[in-house]
Write a protein that binds this ligand. Structure first.
Ligand SMILES: Nc1nc2c(c(=O)[nH]1)N[C@H]1C(S)=C(S)[C@@H](COP(=O)(O)O)O[C@H]1N2
Ligand SMILES: [Mo]
Length: 528
C-alpha cells in the first residue's frame, strides 16, 4: 500500500506533473498574447502547420482516409499526447538536473519559434508570444521543481534520536498538498488564459463580421437555371447543390487565414507582358459570371464523399490572363495562398473557355472563411490540389519545368484532371434492407466530359442501366437511381459510369496518390 502510494506521489511523477503544468503555461501564455498577433502563428497552430507541411503523402492519405474531415482534430489530439509525454520527460530531467532541464525547455521553445517564424505571411514579431510563453514556462517549472525538491529534502529519521514520526508524515503530507495546490492553481490559470486568449482573438477579429456585411454584386452573366429533375428521387441521396455548411473542407490550414477584403490584393506576374494587380474592389466592379461547378478532392477514395457542388460567383481567369498577356513558352499558372499553399494549373485550362474563375461567392453568399474568403480559385475539371487555391493572393505565370506546387513537392502529380467516378449513396455500405423493391441511388461525375451512363451490377448478374437524373452541365455531377428487386441474403451492389467521350470508368484500382483513386465501388448490403 505504502509503496504504491509512494511510487505515485514520489518525486518523479510529481516532477513529471510539474513539466506538464509548465508546458501548459508555455502554450497558454503564448495563446493569450497571440490574440494580438497573427492568429495562425500561435505555437499549437504553427507546430501543427509545420507538421502538416512535412507530412509525407502516404500519411496525409492515411489521415484523410481514417479521419476524413476530422483529420485536424486527430492532429491536435496527437500533438497534445506528444507534448504531454515530452513535458513529463523534461519535468523529470529538470528535477534531476536543472541546467539540463532548462536547456531542454529552451530547445523546445526554439523549435516552436522556428515553426512560427517560418510560416508564410508571418513576421518575426509573431515570435514574441512563443518567446514570452517559454520564459513563463521556465519560471513555473523552477517554482514547481523547488516544491518537489522540498519534499525530497526531508532527512531520513536518525535512528538514535527520539523522533516524532507522526510529525514527519504530517509535514511531508502538507508539502505534497502545497505542491498539488500550486500545480493545480497554475494549471487552472493556464486554462483560463488559453480560453481567454482564444475568445479575445475571436473578438478582435472582425473578418467574420465584414464577411456578413458584404453585399455580393449581381453577376453580368447569371448561372443558367437549374433544370428540373437533377435531383435523384431516392430518399437519402445528397442534395444536388451542396449547402455551404455541408461542403467538404480539405486544406493544410490549421487555423483559417484571416484576410481583410479591403487589404486583399492579387498579383499576376511571371512570364507576362503586363504585370496585373487586382483589389477586391476591382473584382466587385468587374463583369462577374456565375456557374455551378462540382469540386472534387484528389484524396477522395472510391465511394468517398470529398466532392461538393456549388454555385460560384467570380471573375473568369481568362479575363485576368487576357490583361496579363502570357508570354510564349509559359504553360502553367502557379497560384499561391496567403498561408503558403500552392497549386499548378495548366495555362491552357485557364484560357480554354471553361468557367475557371477567381471566386468571391458560393451559393449566393460571400465565400465562407473556411472555403477561401475573400477570394479563391475554382477550375472545372481539375482536382482541388492543382486548381482550387483558397485565400489566393498570387498568380505566377510560369512553366511546369520551372516551378513545383505544394503537393507536387510531396510526391503527388503536377497535373490533376478528374477521373470518372460513380458512387452509391443509398443504401449505405453494410445497411440492412427489407426484401422487395429497394431504391438504390447515387452520384457520378466526370467534370468537363459529363456522365452519359451509369450501370449497376448486383452480385455477378449482368450490368444493367440505372436511370440518370437530368444533366445540368458537363462540369457538375449527375445523380442516378435504380429500382432493385431485392431477395433475402447478402448482396453486393457494384456501380460504374460512362463519361461523355464514351469511356467506361476503369475497373483498375488505384490509390489516391499520386493523381486520384480509381476502380468500381462495391457496396455490401444485407436483405432481410
Ligand atoms: N490555401 C489552400 N487552398 C486549397 C488547399 C489548401 O490546402 N490550401 N487545398 C486544396 C484542395 S486539396 C482541395 S480538394 C480544395 C478543397 O476546397 P474546399 O475546402 O472548399 O472544399 O481546396 C484546395 N485549395
Ligand atoms: Mo484535395
Amino acid at each position: 500500500m505504502t509503496t504504491l502510494r509512494n511510487r505515485l506521489t514520489g518525486p518523479a511523477p510529481l516532477a513529471a506533473l510539474a513539466g506538464v503544468v509548465a508546458a501548459a503555461v508555455v502554450l497558454a501564455v503564448a495563446e493569450l498574447l497571440g490574440a494580438f498577433f497573427t492568429a495562425r502563428a500561435t505555437p499549437l497552430f504553427a507546430l501543427g502547420s509545420t507538421f502538416i507541411d512535412f507530412t509525407p503523402g502516404w500519411l496525409k492519405d492515411f489521415a484523410i482516409a481514417t479521419f476524413g474531415t476530422n483529420d485536424k482534430a486527430a492532429l491536435f489530439v496527437g500533438m497534445g499526447l506528444t507534448i504531454t509525454v515530452l513535458a513529463c520527460v523534461l519535468g523529470i530531467v529538470a528535477f534531476r538536473n536543472w541546467a539540463l532541464g532548462v536547456l531542454g525547455v529552451l530547445f523546445m521553445g526554439a523549435v516552436i519559434v522556428a515553426c512560427v517564424v517560418t510560416r508564410a505571411g508571418v513576421s518575426a514579431v509573431d515570435a514574441i508570444p512563443a518567446v514570452l510563453g517559454t520564459l513563463a514556462g521556465v519560471a513555473v517549472l523552477r517554482f514547481l521543481v523547488n516544491r518537489v525538491q522540498a519534499l525530497k529534502a526531508w532527512p531520513e529519521a536518525p535512528a538514535d534520536l527520539a523522533y516524532d514520526a507522526d510529525a514527519r508524515v504530517r509535514d511531508e503530507g502538507s508539502s505534497r498538498r502545497r505542491f498539488f495546490a500550486a500545480a493545480g492553481i497554475t494549471a487552472v490559470a493556464a486554462g483560463v488564459a488559453a480560453t481567454g486568449g482564444r475568445l479575445l482573438g475571436a473578438a478582435r477579429s472582425n473578418i467574420a463580421k465584414a464577411r456578413e456585411a458584404l453585399q455580393l454584386p449581381t453577376p453580368a452573366t447569371a448561372a443558367p437555371p437549374i433544370p428540373a429533375g437533377v435531383q435523384s428521387p431516392v430518399d437519402g441521396a445528397p442534395p444536388w447543390v451542396t449547402p455551404n455548411n455541408d461542403f467538404y473542407r480539405i486544406d493544410t490550414a490549421l487555423s483559417v487565414p484571416e484576410i481583410n477584403a479591403d487589404d486583399w490584393e492579387l498579383r499576376v506576374h511571371g512570364l507576362v507582358e503586363q504585370e496585373v494587380r487586382l483589389t477586391f474592389q476591382d473584382l466587385l466592379d468587374a463583369d462577374l459570371i456565375e456557374s455551378h461547378v462540382t469540386l472534387t478532392c484528389v484524396s477522395n477514395p472510391v465511394g468517398g464523399n470529398l466532392a461538393g457542388n456549388a454555385k460560384w460567383l467570380g471573375l473568369p481567369l481568362r479575363e485576368v490572363l487576357k490583361r496579363a498577356k502570357p508570354k510564349d513558352g509559359a504553360d502553367m499558372v502557379l497560384s499561391t495562398s496567403i498561408d503558403g499553399f500552392s497549386a499548378s494549373t495548366p495555362l491552357e485550362v485557364l484560357q480554354d473557355g471553361r468557367d475557371a474563375m477567381l471566386a468571391i461567392g458560393m451559393n449566393g453568399e460571400p465565400l465562407p472563411l473556411e472555403h477561401g474568403y475573400p477570394v479563391r480559385m475554382v477550375v472545372p475539371g481539375l482536382y482541388g490540389f492543382v486548381s482550387a487555391t483558397k485565400w489566393v493572393v498570387d498568380l505566377e505565370v510560369t512553366r511546369f519545368a520551372d516551378s513545383k506546387a505544394y503537393w507536387t513537392e510531396r510526391g503527388w502529380s503536377e497535373r490533376g484532371p478528374i477521373k470518372t467516378m460513380a458512387r452509391v449513396d443509398v443504401p449505405k455500405s453494410f445497411a440492412k434492407v427489407p426484401a422487395g423493391k429497394v431504391a438504390v441511388g447515387g452520384t457520378a461525375w466526370a467534370q468537363t466530359r459529363g456522365i452519359t451512363k451509369v450501370e449497376i451490377q448486383i452480385d455477378n448478374a449482368d450490368w444493367v442501366e440505372a436511370t440518370l437524373s437530368t444533366e445540368a452541365s458537363l462540369v457538375t455531377w449527375r445523380q442516378w437511381s435504380y429500382e432493385w428487386d431485392a431477395t433475402p441474403g447478402p448482396h453486393y451492389i457494384k456501380v460504374r459510369a460512362t463519361d461523355g467521350t464514351g469511356e467506361v470508368q476503369t475497373e483498375q484500382r488505384a490509390d489516391p496518390v499520386p493523381d486520384g483513386a480509381s476502380g468500381w465501388q462495391s457496396v455490401m448490403v444485407t436483405v432481410e
